[in-house]
Design a protein around this ligand. Structure first.
Ligand code: APR
Length: 268
């Protein structure tokens, strides 16, 4: 079971009471929230990087040097990346994603900032989402930044690299942010604005090692002395900064927090 809480006696009740009394709750999610959907994390036990090693830091540079090669590999179903996309395509939202969507609907959660590219928050019904590392199911022009649903235009092996139908100049790539690629300005700005408004941040299923995402809870704490609530079975790089630490899987802890909020709301 969890630790004794510093505040109300049990960390699920702690988290619920803090969320109820906070004005602007933001969730920062990482790969761990999608583990229950069958998508492996990157680091730690069973992690993709643990198994295959981290990809080279110059993925974006290599794409720019030869976008045709990247697209040919993507379209001909080869490479580790293709297998990862197959796993994403068969995954479904789990109780964690639905719990965050419910918290937003109840008015207790203002925004989900996710490092995940799996589209599961959107499919679970969350509305205000910032996908800081992009979305594997969207395409984006590297010149004008326009995003597209893949079905809006056909990409064939003899018309590579795909060109942007909006600005006519840029090359189209997946919206997923590659290693070495700058985070698109629009989404980065949104993340900083949301973190700056937050007086409570839930950090869920993230090792908090990759910046700028990992800096967002620190920004919220520094700017607003925000409550930080960590939901992760293992310790992370920011556990010591958190006010409440819930060492349970997200798909167990988040529904428990939602139920506790409902219980407490009935008592008020
Ligand atoms: N519930 C909650 N957390 C979990 C669960 C679970 N069921 N299972 C694992 N975790 C935790 C792990 O303990 C770990 O701290 O999820 C975290 C996953 O960490 P990472 O694999 O490093 O994923 P993340 O933090 O999202 O990585 C950030 O790194 O490689 C880049 O672009 C990639 O977006 C990714 C970024």
């Amino acid at each position: 079971m969890g630790q004794n809480s510093k505040y109300y006696g049990e960390e699920i009740e702690d988290a619920a009471r803090i969320i109820i009394t906070s004005k602007y709750v933001v969730a920062l999610t990482g790969a761990g929230i999608s583990v229950a959907s069958g998508i492996p994390p990157f680091r730690g036990p069973g992690g993709l990087w643990t198994k295959h090693g981290e990809p080279p830091p110059n993925g974006y540079q290599r794409f720019l040097e030869d976008p045709v090669k990247w697209w040919r590999e993507r379209l001909t179903k080869t490479g580790f990346y293709r297998d990862f996309i197959e796993t994403l395509s068969t995954a479904n939202p789990n109780p964690s994603h639905f719990a965050l969507a419910e918290l937003e609907k109840m008015g207790f959660l203002k925004c989900v900032i996710t490092q995940n590219i799996d589209n599961l928050h959107r499919r679970a019904g969350s509305q205000n989402i910032a996908e800081i590392h992009g979305n594997a199911f969207l395409l984006r022009c590297i010149e004008c930044g326009q995003r597209f649903e893949p079905q809006t235009f056909s990409i064939t092996i003899d018309s590579l690299p795909p060109k942007c139908p909006t600005c006519k100049r840029g090359v189209i790539k997946t919206d997923t942010v590659f290693f070495g690629e700058p985070i698109p300005e629009d989404v980065l700005k949104k993340c900083f604005v949301e973190a700056s408004k937050s007086d409570c941040m839930l950090t869920i299923g993230t090792s908090a090692l990759v910046y700028p995402a990992a800096g967002l809870p620190i920004r919220a704490k520094q700017m607003n002395n925000a409550w930080l609530i960590e939901i992760n079975p293992y310790e992370t790089a920011i556990s010591d900064l958190c006010d409440v630490v819930i060492r349970r899987p997200a798909d167990v802890a988040l529904p428990q927090i939602v139920n506790k909020i409902k219980e407490l709301k009935c008592l008020i």
